[in-house]
Design a protein around this ligand. Structure first.
Ligand SMILES: Cc1cc2nc3c(=O)[nH]c(=O)nc-3n(C[C@H](O)[C@H](O)[C@H](O)COP(=O)(O)OP(=O)(O)OC[C@H]3O[C@@H](n4cnc5c(N)ncnc54)[C@H](O)[C@@H]3O)c2cc1C
Length: 459
């Protein structure tokens, strides 16, 4: 019998003898589910998927990949827009069997294994009345989001996820397990706060927690007009930092509670979350409610963890997208955004996220996320319909991004798709890039960890 495709490239049986966890190959019952990632339109075919259960397993996989010259992908929640959580004919190090979580409620810290998702951690912390900010989506892995930065519902008040990272355990390319923090291997600790998975596999994170149980939050849906969008953006840009609004302009999905006549028409979907007192939270969201015709008001006092509710069956969209920073969205730009969306067919999204607050109070060189002074993050995406050719949607995304882009061409690394080296470079402005490439040369000189938004070793 011939070996499954790809496995003839390296001795999977040898790998199996080195791990306590499983190693799945094509033909194994669980392989087909395990190989999938969040991005649709792909047919990932890794030669093997290793599912480590502890740090020594992770170190064994890393050493095996290095010794055998095997292309290696590291998978946490599988939400990379560039499909970096898998690799055809290579080895996937899938962290999803590492899910321990250890809360120290008195110290307000948690150690969370990298196989957990944002939703897993948020829900586990909820009974303690504690939280740490990730993004806006339950299924995103804490590994990918934290290593790239982490912008979400709590960022303007408490900073990015990395601003709350106290320590981490990292398996580097030499197979060593290193505990890094501000006091221990500070340069590596600096690099993993924004530099992605370039420096090793993080097996667990220690995060600082805040006392957050109740928030004023949920989804507010407005009929989209340029006037309403301009008013929403005035509200968003003037929000107190206790509110980290996420504004999406897009065709209305078939949301229960929204009359069918609105499905497919352009709406402004505001994802709102205000921390602090209920009265202050209600005051912070009031300008959004007043900005236009409300189609659905799901904003209410509720436990923070409810914003990370279980989603339905896995949705694997085929997406073309890009991201950028802006300084402001004024009335003219609101008109232009609406015209752009009105002229498009299919599911097209412009997302706008005010930044500032605690994000901007961290010095640009304190972490590898250096865009501390940028005021707004924009994200443009086209979700392809079944069989839809990608060229039109890609052109629409590029044209819309050109319309929005203001200032330099900087970008948040976690919102990059597969956009090439220059775009990765743009994620790390100024001295940040040189510092990252020097660190890479020291801890991963052969670029073993290259299936990511890659920072090559300095020569
Ligand atoms: C629906 C959706 C919503 C999103 N919302 C937000 C948001 O609100 N805010 C935000 O900041 N981002 C958001 N993102 C972007 C997200 O943070 C990135 O795509 C992130 O990289 C996903 O992490 P993951 O672990 O799920 O993905 P994976 O595909 O598993 O990993 C992504 C990258 O990180 C590396 N990696 C993952 N875990 C580790 C680890 N433990 N050690 C070393 N390397 C690792 C992988 O190798 C890969 O290069 C969103 C993405 C999607 C698809």
């Amino acid at each position: 019998m011939s070996a499954p495709a790809g496995t003839e490239r390296f001795p999977v049986d040898t790998l199996r003898t080195r791990l306590s966890g499983r190693v799945l190959i094509p033909g194994d019952p669980e392989y087909d589910d395990a190989r999938l990632i969040a991005l649709g339109g792909l047919d990932p075919s890794p030669a093997a998927i290793a599912r480590p259960v502890h740090d020594d397993d992770v170190a064994a996989v890393v050493s095996f990949a290095r010794e055998h010259g095997v292309p290696l992908a590291v998978r946490g929640g599988g939400h990379s827009g560039a499909a970096h959580g898998t690799v055809n004919d290579g080895l996937v190090l899938d962290l999803r069997d590492m899910t321990a979580l250890d809360v120290d409620a008195d110290a307000r810290t948690v150690w969370a294994d990298a196989g957990l998702t944002a939703g897993d951690v948020t829900k586990a912390l909820s009974p303690y009345g504690l939280a740490v900010g990730f993004g806006d989506t339950a299924t995103v892995g804490i590994g990918g989001i934290t290593l790239g930065g982490g912008v979400g519902f709590l960022s303007r008040r408490y900073g990015l996820t990395i601003d709350n990272l106290l320590a981490a355990d990292v398996v580097t390319a030499d197979g060593q397990v290193r505990r890094v923090s501000a006091d221990h291997e500070p340069e590596l600790f600096w690099g993993i706060r924004g530099g992605g998975g370039n420096f090793g596999v993080v097996t667990r994170f220690q995060l600082r927690l805040e006392a957050i149980s109740q928030v004023v939050g949920g989804m507010l849906l407005l009929r989209a007009t340029s006037e309403a969008l301009a008013a929403v953006m005035v509200a968003a840009q003037n929000s107190p930092e206790e509110l980290s609004p996420i504004v999406n302009v897009m065709p209305c999905p078939p949301i229960p509670g929204v009359p069918a006549e609105h499905h497919g028409t352009l709406v402004i979907m505001c994802e709102l979350c205000a921390v602090g007192s209920t009265a202050d939270g209600e005051a912070a969201v009031a300008p959004f409610r007043a900005a236009g015709e409300v189609l659905l008001d799901g904003v209410a006092p509720r436990p923070y963890a409810e914003l990370f509710a279980e989603e339905g069956p896995a949705f694997r969209p085929v997406v073309r997208g890009t991201s950028l920073f802006l300084d402001a969205v004024d009335a003219d730009l609101a008109v232009a955004i609406m015209e752009r969306l009105e002229a498009a067919d299919g599911m097209r999204v412009v997302q706008l996220r005010p930044l500032g607050g605690a994000i901007a109070r961290v010095p640009a060189d304190a972490t590898a996320y250096a865009h501390r002074d940028r005021r707004l993050m924009g994200y443009v995406a086209a979700i392809l319909g079944p069989g839809e050719d990608a060229q039109g949607p890609s052109d629409w995304v590029a044209g819309t991004a050109d319309l929005l882009r203001q200032g330099d061409d900087g970008v948040y690394v976690n919102f990059l798709f597969d956009e090439g080296h220059e775009r990765v470079r743009a994620a790390y402005p100024g001295a940040t890039w040189d510092r990252l490439t020097a660190l890479k040369a020291r801890v991963d000189p052969t670029n073993l960890f290259r299936r990511n938004q890659n920072i090559p070793p300095a020569r």
